[in-house]
Ligand binder design. Structure first.
Ligand code: LLP
Length: 447
């Protein structure tokens, strides 16, 4: 296409996206395939928008993380961060494979119990756990609570004492380290709301041993999400190691360090975070401490394991240099582009589309906000009314962040496993949209 303008932007081509997403392939008859299943067949059967999640990809990626830790000679347990994708089928797979979970709410805890995950494999993080959530968690005897403030330490002690239980706790440390990621998903800077300031941690840890109902076992940290370099991890873990040595020197025991999540994936042109490099960092900074270690990955295992299928409602080009292709998916389904300016790969489903010339295209949703934009000036083959596309890397922070804004029902979800696919969430009906609403009897205004 020598006659097209040259775009210096570093967007990957469709071929490059396929190369970085091995679970996506193309078939000359069926078009885009996901773990061997034609995505068009799924869209034909259940319509769009539709989330598709691949159990095979998720299992493989979890396994790679585990192998990386074992190969580094580390005793690291994997606690999948439920917030990334809390579907019961994902949690059930996590449980079957023997992993633990990291949760941030009573709702997530309830889901893990529904999915059959043993309570002692659950770690509870979060800056504002309610009394009811703590009672539920402590009552169940969950594995560990990561405490985020001095006030919370006292609350947990009181609740555990009242319940006649002992709560196993770590202190989540804010190491004041810049994770060099998007400002909205950075958590380890002193200015962020998360964790206990590093300088207060040793004294608070000592205090924890004096309070009833608590079993302090160590420290946790989590510095942010979509981290693609090991440098911030080195810095954070070095500080945690320093703290472990300090409190041990004062005679206190430390058995556990929870290393948090945050490993980034390749959405556009990032070099994907490597579990092996993370394992090396953990070993270098924490390997000599003789503690039980854990990580809390969410995005890395499940992000690439999902796509969002959508159809073109119409195309709008009147007088514009690049067309607006309006999808049937919107920001209410997938908010990441609107919320974080996130870049997600887009591939067509039709077999012929992979051989067609590409031109700059704006891909938008139908919601009445300009922020409802999935991509601007994206080089794509011709997309006409009813053409279908897959938005890539939506397995994490995709369906979980959906809303029903504009009274748009939640989309269908499908799980692909061993070449078969199953609907794991039906498309929300209009009745379901308002079934929990009531209309009060209006005052008549008459005397
Ligand atoms: N542990 C804690 C305490 C966390 O707060 C998080 C994520 C994780 C683990 C998992 O982090 P991951 O491995 O997934 O990076 N909605 C945003 C991401 C928010 C992440 C919040 N915390 C997004 O779509 O980018």
């Amino acid at each position: 296409m020598a006659d097209l303008p040259v775009y210096t932007d570093a967007d990957p081509s469709m071929a490059e996206l396929l190369a970085t997403h091995p679970h996506l392939t193309t078939d000359p008859m069926c078009g885009l395939m996901f773990e061997g299943v034609p995505l068009n067949a799924i869209a034909d059967a259940v319509g769009t928008p539709c989330w598709v999640l691949g159990a095979g990809t998720l299992r493989q990626r979890l396994k790679r993380m585990q192998t990386a830790m074992v190969d580094a000679g580390l005793d690291v347990s994997i606690h999948y961060a439920v917030k990334a994708n809390d579907h019961l089928s994902v949690l059930s797979l996590i449980g079957q494979e023997g992993y633990g979970v990291d949760i941030v709410s009573g709702g997530e805890l309830a889901r893990t119990q529904k999915a059959g995950i043993a309570a002692n494999r659950v770690v509870f993080s979060g800056v504002g756990k309610s009394d009811a959530e703590l009672e539920y968690a402590i009552g169940l005897g969950i594995g560990q609570i990561n405490v985020e403030s001095a006030e919370e330490l006292g609350i947990i002690s009181a609740i555990a004492t009242r319940l006649g239980k002992q709560a196993t706790i770590t202190l989540r440390i804010n190491p004041d380290v810049d994770a060099k990621t998007h400002a909205k998903i950075t958590t380890g800077l002193a200015a962020n709301k998360f964790g206990i300031p590093f300088d207060n941690a040793a004294a608070l840890y000592a205090r924890a041993f004096t309070l009833p109902g608590l079993k302090p076992v160590g420290f946790a940290t989590h510095i942010g999400s979509q981290i693609v370099s090991t440098a911030p991890y080195h810095a954070a873990y070095a500080r945690v190691a320093e703290l472990v040595r300090t409190v041990r020197a004062s005679g206190l025991s430390v058995e556990v360090v929870d290393c948090g999540g945050g490993l980034g994936i390749c959405y556009r042109n990032e070099v994907e975070g490597q579990p092996e490099a993370l394992a090396g960092t953990i070993r270098a900074e924490l390997g000599e401490l003789g503690v039980r270690l854990s990580i809390e990955p969410g995005r890395w295992p499940v992000g690439p394991a999902g796509v969002l299928l959508s159809s073109v409602v119409l195309r709008k080009q009147e007088g514009l240099p690049a067309p607006f292709v309006v999808l049937d998916a919107a920001m209410n389904d997938m908010v990441r582009p609107s919320m974080y300016d996130a870049w997600h790969g887009i591939l067509p489903l039709a077999p012929q589309a992979f051989n067609q010339p590409v031109t700059p295209t704006h891909v938008v949703g139908p919601v009445c906000e300009s922020g409802d934009t999935f991509a601007r000036d994206r080089l794509l083959p011709p997309l006409e009314r009813a053409s279908r596309i897959a938005i890539l890397d939506t397995g994490a922070y995709g369906a979980v962040m959906s809303s029903t804004y504009n009274s748009r029902p939640l989309a269908t979800q499908v799980l692909v496993e061993n070449g078969q696919w199953t609907v794991i969430r039906h498309r929300q009906t209009l009745e379901e949209l308002w079934q929990d609403e009531t209309i009060p009897a209006h005052p008549t205004g008459k005397a």
